[in-house]
Structures are given as structure tokens and as C-alpha cells.
Design a binder for this molecule. Structure first.
Ligand code: GDP
Length: 459
């Protein structure tokens, strides 16, 4: 348990109808009571109760804010400590005034980013993958990503890891016995045991790693550029995608350009459409071929939606563009199917396979479903519908899993060529420790600081 009490504004900065100041620690209730005027005695109140009252400046007696205060005594709270949440009017000023009054007291300080969640972890309320999932929950930009993070915060990844570690622990125990009492064991049998159990653990690690690339997409979105000649229907397509799929405009601070990016979800998959300025830039890609910015926007994209007007003959600009797009993840849209076909499709089909070509009429709302299915097949082979939402989405987890995989491979190979068992044991133990690091078993202090500092203030 920590000995000091922390406080911070827990809601997002900006306009909202309420804001919440959260306090956690041994003095959370007393420090709140010192600035709170309620009918009943707040300090004596039952746990998990809500209180109406006013925040009062103790030095002047002046009412600062009308509030609803929630009291949760440890250990049944988010952090495991005494927690108070003060709900104030929305906006920055009210919450800041209350926070300043609270912080003016002795023995209470402003929380560091992620410190509430860090305490929850240190007090055993959640494990490390769950804590990290809280970061993802805050950041998730699509329903699907949210569900994945939710699942992780409930501990589904941890359970998998614990199972794998159990397998490996059996090997460690078995080998330990063999080393201590070689006369009781047959070397042959131990080798077979290592091979079998490490093999199973390896298969499990591989399965988790396979989800990693999908997880990254779910979390960060598929970077998508819409390209094509002027007037083919790019903006119309963008609008159609946005309207049928509740566009989410997300402000992502910390990206290099600090731009507002537009997210649309397609079959639950977030597409990160290059910011509007970027899209405009790429829309003019043919006219501006050779312009550095449009070139790099194209190069950065994971997915390119290439729009052609089926009502026009193929233009030389298109031939040039097709050459540049060859080999990329491209979905070709033959737009304006409501008009007579003039385009020679066979020339396009020489470069792009037919299943990547979607005839559409954006104007008449035809073909959007097909486009969405082609996109989800492209990135998930249709498997996105699966209910198994244990995705590894975190870079730290991925790197640990990759190292654990290597240790297991080394152990199995060493067994095959007859390396002494106590040497093999080193690799097996390594795999066990690396997997332990994923869930925060034996996590060092610096690792913890690094993880929790990614949180926003008040979490
Ligand atoms: P952009 O320059 O590529 O962004 O093209 P726009 O989206 O601005 O569309 C250019 C014109 O084509 C507009 O007048 C649209 O209404 C029209 N348009 C877009 N999609 C269709 C379609 O499917 N059928 C027809 N007939 N017109 C379309």
C-alpha cells in the first residue's frame, strides 16, 4: 500500500456536462471532508455511497462548487485504497478550482499519469496486461478495438499466458528432478517430455503472435488513402464510408503532425483515412506526380482505395498510377455503374486481380457492402468475425513473446542434438521468465514506470 494520497482530474480536458476529480490513498476521505460540506458526516459514511454537497474554501468559507461525491473504501475500489470521486460541473475551470483546493492541504499531491492504475496493479487489483488494456481502452478508436481491450482488461491474455507458463513449469520441474536424482530417470523419457511440453508451449506462443498483426490493425487502424483522377468520386466515396459507418474524428496528440484524423469502421475494422488535407493531396496525385508530399502519403498507406470512373476511357495518368500501385494492397473501385460502361476493364484486370475490383455506384449507394467485405477479407482473411478476441496488441508483449518463442525453439533444438539437460534448462527457464514479464510477474520498477507513464492524468 502507498502511504501518500494522490488526486487528479480524471475526466478528459474539454467541455462536458460533468468533470470528476479522483482521490486515492489513506487520507482521501479526510482530505475531501476538509473541503466538503454535506448534511451527514462524510468521514463516517458507509462505503460505496454518493453524497450531495458543496466544496467550500476553508480559508474564506466561500462555496466554490456544487458537487456529487462518491466514496469507496479500500480494498473494494479501483486502486484497492480509499477512493473518493468528486463530480463537479463540466469544463476546465470548475474541476481545476476544486482540485486546487484539495491539493492545498498537507499530505496530498497531484497524481502522476497512470498512477491510479499503477496503484491498482501494485495492490493486486489487476495484473499488468489488464493495466495495459486500460491504456488501450482509453485509446481505442473502433468498437472492435474496444472489445479486444475490454477482453484483455478482463484478463483473457493473462489466462493464456498462465496456461503456457504452467506447461513450461512442468518441464522445469521434470528436468529438476532429473538433475537432482539422475538415477531415478531415463534420459530418453526426459527428452521426449521436453520436446512434447515445450512444443505445446511453442504452439501456444505462435498462436498469440499470429494475432499480433491483426491486433495492431485493430488498435491503430489501417492507414488508408483514396486515390484517383479528379471527378471519379473520391470525396463521394469518403462521405459514403463516413456516413454509413459513423465516422469518428479523433484527435491524436503526440503524432508528429498533431492533426485530426478521420476514422471510419468497416465491418468493425478501423480505417484511418489520411487526414483530409492528406486526402486532398493524394486526390490530385496524378496531376502532381512527382510532388513529394503526395508520394509519401501514398507510400505510408497500408491500403489504397483506387477509384476509377467506369463511364470513362482509361487515361494515361491511370496507366502511370497503376504501374506505381502494382504490388500494393489495392482495392480498385469501378465507380458510376449507374452510367454506361466505357472503361476497358481487361486492361485494369491485367494489373489487379478480379476479386480486388469492386463495381460501385456511390451515387446510388450500390456496392458498399461488397467493398467492405473485400477490405475485411484482405486484412483478416474473413476471420474477424471470430468471437475469440484475445489479440496481442501491445508492442511490449509482442517482443517478449518473440523472445520466449526463440528460447523454446532453442530448447527443443538442443534436446534434439543431445545437449546436456542442465544446459537446456536455462532456455526453458528463460522462456518461463519472459512470459512472466508479460503479466508483470517479476516486473522491475523501471518497466512499471515506463508502462504507467503512458496513461493520461487521472487514470
Ligand atoms: P472526386 O473529385 O474524385 O473527389 O469526385 P467527387 O466525389 O467530387 O465526384 C465528382 C462527381 O461525380 C460529383 O458530381 C458526384 O456527384 C459524381 N459521382 C460520384 N459518384 C457517382 C456515381 O456513382 N454515379 C454518378 N452518376 N455520379 C457520381
Amino acid at each position: 500500500m502507498s502511504h501518500d494520497t494522490i488526486a487528479a482530474i480524471a475526466t478528459a480536458v474539454g467541455e462536458g456536462s460533468i468533470a470528476v476529480i479522483r482521490l486515492s490513498g489513506p487520507d482521501a476521505i479526510a482530505r475531501t471532508a476538509a473541503v466538503l460540506r454535506t448534511k451527514a458526516d462524510f468521514e463516517a459514511a458507509e462505503t460505496h455511497t454518493v453524497h450531495y454537497g458543496h466544496i467550500v474554501d476553508p480559508s474564506t468559507g466561500e462555496k466554490v462548487e456544487e458537487v456529487l461525491v462518491t466514496l469507496m473504501r479500500g480494498p473494494r475500489s479501483f486502486t484497492g485504497e480509499d477512493v473518493v470521486e468528486i463530480g463537479t460541473h463540466g469544463g476546465v475551470i470548475a474541476a481545476r478550482n476544486v482540485l486546487q483546493l484539495v491539493l492545498r492541504q498537507e499530505g496530498i499531491r497531484l497524481a502522476e499519469p497512470g498512477e491510479f492504475t499503477k496503484r491498482a496493479f501494485l495492490n493486486g487489483r489487476i495484473d499488468l496486461t489488464q493495466a495495459e488494456a486500460v491504456i488501450d481502452l482509453i485509446r481505442s478508436k473502433s468498437d472492435r478495438a474496444f472489445q479486444v481491450a475490454m477482453k484483455q482488461s478482463e484478463g483473457s491474455l493473462s489466462r493464456r499466458i498462465i496456461e503456457l507458463r504452467q506447461r513450461i513449469l512442468e518441464v522445469i520441474a521434470h528436468v529438476e528432478v532429473n538433475i537432482d536424482y539422475p538415477e531415478h530417470d531415463v534420459e530418453e523419457l526426459t527428452s521426449a517430455f521436453i520436446r512434447e511440453h515445450c512444443g505445446e508451449a511453442l504452439a501456444g506462443v505462435n498462436l498469440l503472435l499470429k494475432t499480433a498483426s491483426e491486433g495492431k490493425i485493430l488498435r491503430e487502424g489501417i492507414v488508408t488513402a483514396i486515390v484517383g483522377r479528379p471527378n471519379v468520386g473520391k470525396s463521394s466515396l469518403l462521405n459514403a464510408l463516413s456516413h454509413s459507418n459513423k465516422a469518428i474524428v479523433t484527435d491524436i496528440p503526440g503524432t508528429t503532425r498533431d492533426v485530426i484524423e478521420e476514422f471510419v469502421t468497416v465491418n468493425g475494422i478501423p480505417l484511418r483515412l489520411l487526414d483530409t488535407a492528406g486526402i486532398r493531396e493524394t486526390s490530385d496525385v496524378v496531376e502532381r506526380i512527382g510532388v513529394e508530399r503526395s508520394r509519401s502519403a501514398l507510400e505510408d498507406a497500408d491500403l489504397i482505395l483506387y477509384v476509377l470512373n467506369r463511364n470513362e476511357l482509361l487515361h494515361d495518368d491511370d496507366r502511370e498510377l497503376m504501374e506505381r500501385l502494382a504490388g500494393r494492397q489495392v482495392v480498385v473501385i469501378f465507380n458510376k455503374t449507374d452510367l454506361p460502361q466505357l472503361l476497358d476493364a481487361s486492361e485494369v484486370e491485367k494489373v489487379f486481380s478480379a476479386e480486388r475490383i469492386v463495381p460501385m455506384s456511390v451515387l446510388e449507394d450500390e456496392g458498399i457492402d461488397r467493398l467492405e467485405n473485400v477490405i475485411s477479407d484482405l486484412f483478416f482473411g474473413g476471420r474477424i468475425e471470430s468471437n475469440d478476441l484475445t489479440y496481442v496488441t501491445n508492442v511490449r508483449h509482442i517482443s517478449l513473446l518473440e523472445r520466449a518463442r526463440q528460447s523454446l525453439v532453442d530448447a527443443i533444438e538442443a534436446t534434439d542434438i543431445g545437449v546436456p539437460i542442465d544446459i537446456i534448462q536455462i532456455d526453458v527457464q528463460q522462456a518461463w521468465e519472459l512470459l512472466g514479464e508479460v503479466i508483470g510477474d517479476a516486473a522491475g520498477e523501471s518497466l512499471l514506470d515506463q508502462i504507467f507513464s503512458q496513461f493520461c492524468l487521472g487514470k
